[in-house]
Design a protein around this ligand. Structure first.
Ligand SMILES: C[S@@+](CC[C@H](N)C(=O)[O-])C[C@H]1O[C@@H](n2cnc3c(N)ncnc32)[C@H](O)[C@@H]1O
Length: 432
C-alpha cells in the first residue's frame, strides 16, 4: 500500500509540532503505568504519552498506515501504544527479557481464566515443599538471594510450570521476573546491580509470595484494560540485532517509533546487567536460543571497541565531537565511535525495512562525554541521509519523570556551551 503525498504531510507534521504549546509534550502529570505499561520495570523506558502522541500525530496525516516497528523495543512501550492505535506491531530487541516483557504486555489474556490460574498458582506455591536440592545453579546465587527467598522463588517457579499452560506462562513469568528483582539483595532503586549495604541486608526479609501475588494482581488490572480492547491487531516479535534485521523483508513497515540506547552498555545503561538476575531464574536464554546472559552487553550497540579513531561516517557533528573528546582521552573517543559505528549500521538496516514515504520517530537522550554533549539527534539525522531518509522536524521535551543517567559534568556540544541533559530530543525523519 502506498502512503499518500508525503511531502504535504511533512509540512503539516512540521507545522503541528512547531505549533505545540510550550511544555505540551512534557507530560509531567501523566499516568505512565496505565494499560499494561506498569508490568515490569526496565531502564530508560519511553514515557507512554510520548509514543501515543507521536503515533497520533503521524496517523492523523497518514491514516493509511497499518504497521508499526520498534527495532529497540525494550519493554515494548511503543508496541503497546501502536496496538491501542489499531496498528499491527513488530518489535525487536537482543535482550530476551525485553521480548518476554513485551509479549506479556501486548497480549490480551482472558481476565476470568487469568484469575483462576492466578489463584491456582498462589495456592500451589504456598504448599509446595522445597529443599536446597531443588535450587537452581548459577554463580553467586546466595550473594544475591537469601536462602528463604530462594526457597520461595523455587516454589513459585514450580507452581507456574505445574499449573499454567505454556501459552499462558509469559504473563506469570513477567510477574515472577519483577518479583526476582524486588526480593533480591540488590538495591532496587538502581538499574545497575549493587548489593544492599550490610546493615540493610541484615534487616532485609521480603515476603516473596506476597510480593509475587501483589505484582500479579497489579498486572491483572492492566490486562483487564487491554482485554476490553479485544480484538487487537497482530504482534510480531524478533530477537534480531538492529544492525542485522535478518529475515525482515525490504520496505515492510509504515511507521517506526523507537528510543535507542544512549551509548554503550558499559558507560551508560547496562541492559544485560539489569536483566541478569531475572534471566538466570527464567531459563529464557536456553528456551530462546539466545545469547548467554553475560554476553548480552557486548552484543548491544557499541559493545565492541574500535581499534582506531579513523572513520568515514558522514556526520560533521560526530566528527567534531570526537575530535574534542580525543584531545582529552583517545580511549573514550574510540568507545564513542564504536557506538555510532554500530548505530550507523542500524540506521541502514532500519531504512531498508521501512517503506518509501514512511516516518521514523526517534526519541533520544544526548549524553555527555568529557564535557562534550553528543548530539545524537543531529548525528542520527546526518547519518540517515545517505540511506535516503530526510529530516522532517525536531522537538526538545523536558524530562520530568524519566529515570536516566544524570549528566555528571558540565555539558557542551563540541565548541558550544550551556546545554544540559534535562531534555529529550525527538527527531522525525521520512524515507524519501
Ligand atoms: C532505551 S532502551 C528501549 C526502551 C523502550 N523504548 C521502552 O520503553 O522500554 C534500548 C533497548 O535497545 C536494546 N538494544 C541495544 N542494542 C541493540 C542491538 N544492537 N540490537 C537490538 N537491540 C538492542 C537494549 O536491549 C534495550 O532494550
Amino acid at each position: 500500500m502506498a502512503l499518500s503525498s508525503p511531502s504535504r504531510s511533512d509540512a503539516a507534521i512540521r507545522r503541528a509540532v512547531q505549533q505545540l504549546a510550550p511544555g505540551a509534550w512534557d507530560f509531567a502529570d501523566a499516568d505512565t503505568k496505565d494499560w499494561t505499561h506498569g508490568y515490569h520495570s526496565y531502564p530508560a523506558m519511553m514515557i507512554p504519552p510520548v509514543a501515543r502522541s507521536l503515533i497520533a500525530l503521524i496517523q492523523h496525516h497518514q491514516p493509511a498506515m497499518r504497521t508499526l516497528f520498534d527495532p529497540f523495543m525494550g519493554s515494548g512501550t511503543s508496541l503497546v501504544e501502536g496496538l491501542l492505535a489499531g496498528m499491527s506491531v513488530h518489535g525487536s530487541d537482543l535482550n530476551p527479557l525485553s521480548r518476554l516483557i513485551t509479549q506479556a504486555k501486548t497480549t490480551a489474556w482472558d481476565p476470568e481464566r487469568l484469575e483462576v490460574l492466578a489463584q491456582h498458582v498462589f495456592m500451589t506455591a504456598k504448599y509446595a515443599t522445597v529443599t536446597p536440592d531443588d535450587w537452581p545453579h548459577f554463580d553467586h546465587m546466595t550473594f544475591w538471594f537469601k536462602p528463604r527467598v530462594i526457597d520461595d522463588l523455587v516454589r513459585i517457579k514450580r507452581a507456574i510450570h505445574t499449573v499454567v499452560p505454556p501459552s499462558w506462562q509469559p504473563f506469570f513469568w513477567v510477574a515472577f521476573s519483577d518479583t526476582v528483582r524486588w526480593v533480591s539483595n540488590s538495591r532496587n532503586a538502581e538499574f545497575k546491580l549493587y548489593r544492599l549495604d550490610p546493615a540493610r541486608l541484615a534487616r532485609w526479609n521480603p515476603d516473596v509470595l506476597e510480593t509475587f501475588a501483589k505484582i500479579v494482581q497489579r498486572n491483572q488490572i492492566g490486562n483487564a484494560a487491554l482485554a476490553a480492547r479485544r480484538p487487537l491487531p497482530s504482534v510480531t516479535l524478533y530477537g534480531h540485532n538492529a544492525m542485522h534485521l535478518a529475515d525482515i523483508a525490504d520496505e515492510t513497515f509504515d511507521l517506526m517509533v523507537t528510543s535507542p540506547p544512549y551509548g554503550d552498555s558499559r558507560t551508560t545503561v547496562a541492559y544485560g546487567q539489569f536483566s541478569r538476575l531475572s534471566l538466570q531464574w527464567l531459563d529464557l536464554a536456553e528456551a530462546d536460543n539466545a545469547l548467554p546472559v553475560n554476553k548480552l552487553d557486548q552484543a548491544l550497540l557499541g559493545g565492541v571497541a574500535v581499534p582506531q579513531l579513523d572513520h568515514a561516517l558522514p556526520s560533521p557533528t560526530l566528527t567534531a565531537s570526537l575530535a574534542f573528546i580525543a584531545q582529552q582521552d583517545t580511549g573514550r573517543a574510540r568507545e564513542v565511535l564504536a557506538f555510532y559505528r554500530d548505530l550507523d549500521h542500524a540506521l541502514k538496516e532500519i531504512a531498508r525495512v521501512m517503506r518509501p514515504g514512511s516516518y521514523q520517530c526517534w526519541v533520544v537522550g544526548n549524553r555527555t562525554v568529557k564535557q562534550v554533549q553528543l548530539a545524537t539527534d543531529q548525528i542520527i539525522t546526518e547519518l540517515s541521509v545517505p540511506y535516503g531518509v530526510i529530516p522532517v522536524v525536531h522537538y526538545t521535551r523536558t524530562i520530568p519523570n524519566k529515570r536516566m543517567p544524570r549528566a555528571n559534568s558540565p555539558t557542551n556540544r563540541a565548541g558550544a556551551t550551556g546545554a544540559t541533559m534535562t531534555g529529550e530530543q525527538i527527531v522525525i525523519l521520512r524515507k524519501a
